[in-house]
Design a protein around this ligand. Structure first.
Ligand SMILES: Nc1nc2c(ncn2[C@@H]2O[C@H](COP(=O)(O)OP(=O)(O)OP(=O)(O)O)[C@@H](O)[C@H]2O)c(=O)[nH]1
Ligand SMILES: [Mg+2]
Length: 491
């Protein structure tokens, strides 16, 4: 895609050329993931957990009402980008967060561009968005525009900012409790902007946040309820996200950003040492925890609530009772485990990081199609359409198709026998012929033969006995194995 942009770019009229070169530049940048969801779903909390620093304000403050982009840079910097394209830089405030006051009237702010030295951002740019169904419809409209169509900015904005905002390539959709109809709609419309990817959930995952809130109904441990709930959400959303991961964003933020101090741990230890009955009463509700007489000071308790909430506190105390000598570092590790974040990181690797190239290529292709349909000069339109056609014919593009169909199968949208599903998934996710064909130490000839046999098998399946949907999947797999045989032979 990058080569194609470079090749046709110079032959286009200046305006179209600028757009094409923008697409090309974006291809070389980290994957841009937007965090979207309802008001107060915990989006900014998750952004902080992902970055590994508490930089985004959570709860109150003006920043959470504005689109904020976090990307890797060699120094920490906050740039407020105005609607007219001018920028003003601010330092982070004394607690290392985006300042509450941006020094620019909110109505003039297009977005906030934050660069951080965080390693977590080296291959992921994160975009925090204001709540989608906010009562303030202007904010909501701005978030929608950012996510779903074009930048929420004026036409005369500089190229840099326009490029920075022309939509996200992938999305993490955060929700709490059950999914609602307009959640599904919001996701559908995000994905329909990239027409190439719209038939499958290749570029989005769902996050079922605040599962700790289930603890009280689930007898203390939310996970036995959260996991099946997340699975059923996955079924509801299977056409829009590749999966739903349950998390406790708050615990992830607190542990990833290293917010629990020695004093906090000491307070937890003291609570663990209280008589059973007293402790049980304290932990029965937020009200009791804050207001009851207790040897641990009220401020310290308030702070623990903000950092861990009741479930996190109860969990930590249970660990300290079971192992009184537990070191603070070990307690942090256990809390991190309890946040569900390790699984989220793994899912992000599977869903986004390893597929960045494919997602980016798909994004660029739909971008080119959009530019082609809007180009003023007929010559530009022709040239671009022609170039797009050529890309679609290429074997490399076939990888995108494979990812699409593998996703349809793994999400259950199209059913296949288990063995075929496994074979297709391996083909979509790997370049290693020996692994795909389950022939670890086979010589090249044998791999070529096996790949051709697989191609024949898939074609036979496509022709005989398969449903139309299965047949379409099988034809893509057929071509995939044929291309694999050619690749092995050429090696
Ligand atoms: N108990 C609990 N609270 C959470 C969790 N995640 C976030 N919160 C709290 O929920 C509140 C809202 O979190 P934010 O991260 O500001 O939510 P947001 O979606 O960014 O909110 P807006 O930007 O205003 O739409 C904060 O008080 C968080 O501490 C969680 O997993 N469990
Ligand atoms: Mg927020």
């Amino acid at each position: 895609m990058a080569d194609l942009c470079a090749e046709v770019g110079h032959r286009l009229s200046p305006a179209t050329k600028t757009q094409i070169f923008d697409v090309r530049r974006r291809l070389g940048e980290p994957l841009r993931v937007a965090i979207a969801g309802r008001l107060k779903a915990g989006k900014s909390t998750l952004v902080n957990a992902l970055i590994g620093r508490r930089v985004a304000p959570t709860e109150v403050g003006e920043c959470t009402r504005i689109v904020t982009q976090f990307r890797y840079g060699t120094s920490d910097r906050v740039d407020v980008v105005r609607r007219n394209g001018t920028r003003s830089s601010l330092p982070l405030d004394e607690s290392g967060m985006i300042p509450q006051r941006l020094g620019v009237p909110r109505s003039e702010v297009a977005y906030v561009d934050v660069t951080l030295t965080s390693d977590h951002l080296r291959d992921l740019t994160v975009v925090d968005t204001p709540g989608l169904s906010s009562a303030n419809t202007a904010v909501s409209a701005q978030a929608r525009r950012f996510l779903f169509t074009e930048a929420p900015i004026d036409d005369d904005l500089d190229d840099d900012s326009t490029g920075a905002l022309s939509g996200a390539e992938a999305i993490i959709y955060v929700f709490t409790q059950s999914v609602r109809e307009d959640d599904v709609q919001a996701l559908e419309s995000f994905r329909s902007i990239s027409a190439r990817l719209s038939s499958n959930p290749i570029n989005s995952i769902g996050l079922f946040n605040k599962v700790d809130k289930l603890a009280s109904v689930a007898g203390g441990d939310p996970w036995p309820v959260a996991i099946p709930l997340a699975d059923s959400q996955t079924t509801v959303l299977r056409r829009v996200v590749s999966g739903v991961v349950p998390v406790v964003g708050l615990l992830a933020e607190t542990t990833e950003a290293g917010r629990l101090t020695a004093a906090d741990c000491e307070a937890l230890r003291q609570l663990a040492g209280l008589p059973d009955v007293e402790r049980t009463i304290l932990l029965a509700s937020v009200d009791l925890f804050v207001n009851r007489e207790c040897p641990v000071g009220a401020d310290a308790r308030q702070r623990l609530l903000r950092l861990l909430d009741l479930y996190g506190i109860s969990f930590a105390i249970a660990q300290l009772i079971a192992r009184p000598n537990l070191a603070a570092g070990e307690l942090m590790r256990l809390l991190f485990q309890a946040s569900g974040f390790p699984r989220l990181r793994q899912t992000l690797d599977h869903a986004f990081r390893w597929r960045t190239d494919a997602i980016k290529a798909g994004w660029a292709l739909s971008g080119l199609e959009k530019i082609a349909s809007h180009a003023e000069r007929p010559y530009d339109r022709e040239l671009l359409r022609d170039a797009i056609e050529r890309v679609l014919q290429q074997p490399e593009y076939h990888r995108l198709r494979l990812l699409e169909v593998a996703q349809l199968v793994t999400t259950g949208a199209v059913g296949l026998p288990d063995r075929m599903e496994g074979e297709l998934t391996r083909l979509a996710l790997s370049n290693d012929a020996a692994w795909i064909l389950s022939l670890p130490s086979a010589p090249r000839d044998q791999l070529v033969r096996a790949a051709l046999e697989a191609a024949t098998r898939w074609r036979a399946y496509a022709v005989a006995g398969a449903s139309p949907a299965q047949s379409r999947v099988a034809l893509v797999a057929h071509r995939g194995f044929f291309l694999l045989s050619q690749r092995v032979r050429a090696n």
